[in-house]
Ligand binder design. Structure first.
Ligand SMILES: Nc1ncnc2c1ncn2[C@@H]1O[C@H](COP(=O)(O)OP(=O)(O)OP(=O)(O)O)[C@@H](O)[C@H]1O
Length: 239
């Protein structure tokens, strides 16, 4: 797959969000896309997926089957999780969704209405629909955001599997969740320009903090922290 001088603006006379992006993607590539908030990561991912058309330039040789997991899965649809996944399976020619529901820890969610899902659970539905069709191009927009620890731990292996059967994986991720993968390519968008090579070459240093708060606020606090993508767990209770 190849990007040649791809540029994109949302509206006429608006500034370019992406300027003259050139890149080649090969089967088996796993690419981490970084950039500041508003840099254009989601825009580039939508261009790669074919959900938006370049204002100028071309994208050629896109794999036939594309899986796209958005950063915010749209839950304003009148389905349960199982109904939605069944529907997507039909759209995808009978793709098997059940193994993904199991692998992503969604068994208990199948009867839940999409509108009632937490952010992390909705995110899993987005991942399951993207993965079920065995995509040749898998696009993940902030895939780690809001996920529980088990699912976070499973994602690098899933990306490796997709790449292992010749797929291309592109994930925007400012948490470094794929950083340990051997052979990971790193793209950064800086001032509208796509650059190969990481914004920061090594995994960001990690720090652990302790927070003391009223016990009844703990569940909400932990949920908020996890939704932000941090690891958060209860240490102890004091009187
Ligand atoms: N639908 C839209 N109409 C007009 N401008 C938009 C639209 N969507 C995004 N933009 C603008 O395009 C720029 C890039 O947005 P984009 O969402 O691609 O950035 P991002 O790198 O994914 O940001 P974040 O890390 O905050 O998710 C921003 O300036 C944003 O305001």
């Amino acid at each position: 797959m190849r990007l040649s001088k791809v540029a994109y603006r949302y509206r006429r006379r608006h500034p370019l969000v992406i300027e003259e992006a050139d890149a080649s993607l090969s089967p088996g590539d796993v690419i981490e896309l970084t950039g500041a908030n508003g840099a254009g990561k989601s825009t580039l991912l939508r261009l790669l997926a074919g959900l938006a058309r370049p204002t100028s330039g071309t994208i050629t040789d896109r794999p036939a089957v594309v899986g796209f997991a958005p950063d915010r899965f749209p839950t304003d649809q009148p389905f349960t999780v199982a109904d939605y996944l069944r529907h997507m399976s039909l759209v995808r020619g009978g793709a098997r969704w059940e193994p993904w529901a199991e692998r992503l820890g969604m068994g208990h969610l199948l009867g839940t209405a999409l509108a009632d899902l937490s952010k992390g659970s909705a995110h899993k539905v987005g991942l399951a629909q993207a993965l079920m069709a065995e995509p040749g191009l898998l696009i993940l927009d902030e895939p780690f955001a809001g996920l529980d620890a088990d699912t976070r731990a499973a994602l690098p292996g899933i990306a490796t599997e997709v790449a292992g059967r010749g797929g291309i994986v592109v994930a925007s991720d400012h948490q470094g969740g794929l950083r340990e993968l051997p052979g990971l390519r790193q793209w950064a968008i800086v001032d509208g320009r796509l650059k190969e090579g990481a914004a920061s070459p090594s995994p960001p240093a990690r720090a652990t903090v302790a927070v003391t708060l009223p016990a009844d606020e703990l569940p909400g606090f932990l949920a908020r922290m996890r939704e932000e993508g941090y690891e958060a767990r209860r240490l102890e209770e004091s009187s």
